[in-house]
Design a protein around this ligand. Structure first.
Ligand code: MN
Length: 464
């Protein structure tokens, strides 16, 4: 067996003969399909699909998803037909590969309104969350190799990643992915900021780390002395992008940021978290206002942990994050570590659970007044693939005004999925809508009966 394939298989969480065979088959299939194709870097195209699959395996995804990762570009970039994928690999893998291919055709805009719609659309259309996870791992490899792409493209791709894909990874709770996506894109989107914060981080880093290590030993001693023995600790370095945001928030006063390095304490049970917090607070004075209980009150993406910042006694302040092993895994891998994917022999993932879960995380956005945003919105497309987000029941009139008031005012007809239709037609999610304009056309008060959005109504009223 090829070494490369062997290393990929060794990463699989479970490796029954059946799963090994599936991954090996997808490996050989994709390699043959991409034969002769090259990337910008000059390396074989197959390296990209291989690295995508490797990222998936490293997240602990199942063999089906890893195989889909190997195949994710075969429909778009090779002669392979959907029928062949289905015949060779089954419906489930075809579904994932087709989903990833579709997501690739959505267009990104530098406007917040579009981006928020796009994020919601991505969450809503990926009925099987594995589609999104493959897409994110695909992005990760593209970002890691972005230096080979032309500079103008670099910036667009990096922005798209920073504004769309990294936040999605974050919402899915996959911090391991979102952190790297953020830091990679940050280095292209804001080169000066990136340089500034990197050099600040380097400054005094050794000393900071030394102090933290010393403190970590004292904490370990104190915990053992108080009867807590089953735990381990390490530390984490704050991601550059998230550090930079905090740095700006504190008006560039780096001294006010106490969690550049943070100590992490992993214990067995939830009650041990509180026990450890008590022991630590009895020995070191905590900084008021910095004690956070994300166990009782988890973050929107499911993150759980206790945070506290204490005075070490050497004039230093250190943040300590206390959690169980389980919470730690959840904090890094989020939905990728979710039990839904881990049940032995359970090929049919419970779609209802996942949809509920997606709905849950995407509706927790504080900006959302309505909880069930997704069920009350539809997403339709312009002929170029731009996403327009409208309330359920909206008509082509609303669509026209959503693009631009000038388009609404000059609307004379509409094509829905290529067919001429009535302008008051109610739109359905996923339709492609093309507005026909005429410079002599003007809004009609009758349109008011068919307009659902306040924006469209306001413009129609203004006219008459
Ligand atoms: Mn790809």
């Amino acid at each position: 067996m090829e070494k490369e394939l062997e290393s990929l298989i060794s990463l699989l969480a479970k490796d029954s003969e059946e799963e090994k065979e599936l991954v090996a088959k997808a490996y050989h299939f994709a390699k043959a399909a991409h034969e002769g194709q090259k990337r910008f870097s000059g390396e074989p195209y197959f390296n990209h699909t291989f690295e995508t699959a490797k990222n998936l395996a490293e997240l602990g995804m199942d063999a089906t998803t890893v195989a889909a990762g190997l195949l994710h570009d075969t429909l778009e970039d090779t002669e392979t037909s959907p029928e062949t994928i289905e015949k060779e690999f089954g419906k489930e893998i075809l579904f994932i590969v087709e989903g990833v291919t579709k997501l690739g055709s959505l267009r990104y805009h530098g406007s917040d309104r579009y981006n928020e719609s796009l994020r919601k659309l991505l969450l809503a259309t990926s009925k099987d969350i594995r589609v999104l996870i493959v897409k994110l791992c695909d992005k990760l490899h593209n970002m890691r190799t972005l230096k080979f792409v032309s500079p103008d493209k670099q910036e667009r791709i990096a922005k798209e990643t920073l504004e769309i894909y990294a936040p999605i990874a974050y919402r899915l709770g996959i911090r391991k992915l979102s952190r790297e996506l953020e830091d990679l894109s940050f280095s292209y989107v804001n080169k000066d900021g990136y340089k500034e914060i990197s050099s600040l981080l380097k400054e005094g880093y050794e000393e900071r780390l030394e102090n933290l290590e010393k403190f970590r030993k004292s904490v370990t001693k104190e915990l053992v002395k108080s009867g807590l023995t089953s735990f381990h600790s390490d530390y984490r370095v704050k991601g550059l992008y998230s550090l930079y945001k905090k740095y700006l928030k504190y008006k560039k006063d780096i001294e006010k940021i106490y969690d550049i390095l943070a100590m992490r304490l992993m214990v067995e049970k939830t009650e041990d978290c509180y026990k450890a917090l008590g022991i630590i607070h009895a020995a070191w004075r905590p900084l008021p206002g910095k004690i956070k209980d994300y166990i009782a009150f988890p973050k929107q993406n499911g993150y759980q942990s206790l945070h506290t910042t204490v005075f070490t006694g050497d004039g230093d302040l250190v943040e300590i994050q206390i959690r169980t092993e389980e919470m730690q895994k959840e904090a890094e891998y989020g939905v990728a570590a979710h039990e839904l994917y881990k049940k032995e022999g359970e090929r049919n993932i419970n779609k209802k659970d996942i949809n509920l879960w997606i709905k849950n995380i995407s509706s927790h956005d504080p900006a959302d007044i309505k909880n069930d945003f997704l069920s009350e919105r539809i997403f339709v497309f312009t002929p170029k693939g731009d996403v327009i987000d409208l309330p359920t029941g909206a008509s082509a009139i609303d669509f026209a005004y959503a693009i631009h008031s000038g388009i609404g005012d000059k609307m004379s007809g509409v094509k829905i999925n290529g067919k001429l239709s009535a302008i008051h037609s109610i739109l359905k999610g996923g339709e492609i809508v093309e507005i026909i304009t005429n410079k002599n056309a003007r809004p009609n008060r009758k349109w008011l009966e068919h307009a659902k959005t306040t924006f469209a109504k306001k413009h129609i009223k203004n006219f008459g």
